[in-house]
Design a protein around this ligand. Structure first.
Ligand code: AHG
Ligand code: MN
Ligand code: MN
Length: 334
């Protein structure tokens, strides 16, 4: 018999400690969880239900959309538009704010999400994920406009990701630490399996797409070359390297055993200061990483303090084990 704490039980118990909590946030989270279970099912069935492969279309970022990018975006919308908790949604896969259809009530929260992170991995059966961030609507119960979403990451009420890996997990913070839940498919519930996740402060593992090396700035060049020099180099220890090309999987590895993840500023395309998007990748992941005792920076500033300028803004990201990220940040100061 199942005896663990389910996600629903966990969030209701958390809600009891918040004076004046109405249960609305708990209900919103339940709808997000329903979307995530639906996405998990689609990703898991894959080619059996014909969801693999690319479409002809491009998203606002100029990236070719996978079928599953569009399907999962739709799943997030359908699950979350009807209940009256949200004043609007924004996503990687939609140019503008998604307005709540007029037949539904408006709510006091905003949600921004990356419905399928790491989608280049989906056709090859490597882990992908979903990332979401919840903000308060500046004006509750009024249809949201893009400017409403442009809040620094420190304002997030909740951030989470689902990892569709060898098991499906949901990792969540509401600003009181980080908890991880594993989907038990037999009972259809997420069960608390990783309470109080903490990132080890030290690490010997880094993650970066080394094919971009010629475009990196000097501080990152220095950091990586010193890692590669290993035990006889200035760092005095050997490093290991990983690159999954799914940010969710990299962050999950770092939450589990430590490490540094970098998608730094580079000179590949001067119009783009980084690859990852602030509102639905960097901010939610930075909130989770900080809540687990890690650090998240552009190299020059704390990501959660950045004032967003537009929905799809890109930022450099360097996050993970505290002491190691501080080494990289230190190299940006000299
Ligand atoms: P998405 O699939 O949502 O567009 O995000 C992919 C991101 C991120 O998850 C990953 O870390 C990075 O892009 C991989 O980039 P490379 O293809 O340059 O390795
Ligand atoms: Mn992504
Ligand atoms: Mn995506």
């Amino acid at each position: 018999m199942h005896t663990g704490t389910t996600l629903t039980q966990f969030i209701i118990e958390e809600q009891r400690h918040i004076a004046g909590a109405t249960g609305e946030f708990t209900a919103l989270l339940n709808d997000i969880v329903t979307a995530i279970k639906t996405i998990s099912n689609a990703v898991n069935k894959g080619a059996l239900i014909g969801v693999m492969g690319a479409l002809e279309s491009e998203n606002v970022q100029g990236e070719t959309q996978k079928k599953l990018d569009v399907i999962t975006n739709e799943m997030m919308i359908r699950s979350n538009e009807w209940a009256g908790h949200l004043a609007g949604m924004a996503s990687e896969e939609m140019d503008d704010v998604y307005p709540i259809p007029t037949q539904y009530p408006l709510g006091k929260y905003l949600m921004v999400f990356d419905p399928l992170d790491g989608s280049s991995n989906v056709d090859i059966n490597i882990s992908v994920g979903t990332i979401f961030s919840i903000l308060r609507a500046p004006v509750p119960n009024r249809a949201a406009v893009a400017a409403d979403f442009l809040q620094p990451g420190v304002k997030q009420v909740c951030a989470g990701y689902a990892l569709y890996g060898s098991s499906t997990m949901l990792v969540l913070t509401t600003g009181h630490g980080v908890n991880g839940f594993t989907l038990d498919r037999d009972i259809g519930e997420f069960v608390l399996t990783h309470p109080g996740m903490k990132i080890p402060a030290d690490t010997r593992e880094f993650a970066i797409n080394a094919s971009n090396q010629r475009f990196w700035e000097a501080p990152v060049q220095r950091y990586v070359s010193e890692c590669l020099e290993g035990e006889t180099g200035p760092r005095g220890k050997d490093f290991n390297m990983r690159w999954v090309a799914s940010m969710v999987a990299e962050v999950h590895r770092i939450l589990t055993r430590g490490g540094v993840f970098m998608y730094p500023r580079d000179a590949k395309d001067p119009a783009k200061p980084g690859k990852l998007r602030l509102l639905y990748e960097a901010n939610p992941m930075s909130f989770i990483v900080e809540q687990a005792g890690g650090v998240s920076s552009t190299g020059r500033e704390r990501i959660l303090d950045l004032q967003p300028e537009n929905l799809h803004q890109r930022v450099p990201v360097i996050l993970g084990s505290k002491n190691e990220v501080e080494v990289v940040v230190g190299y940006h100061r000299v």
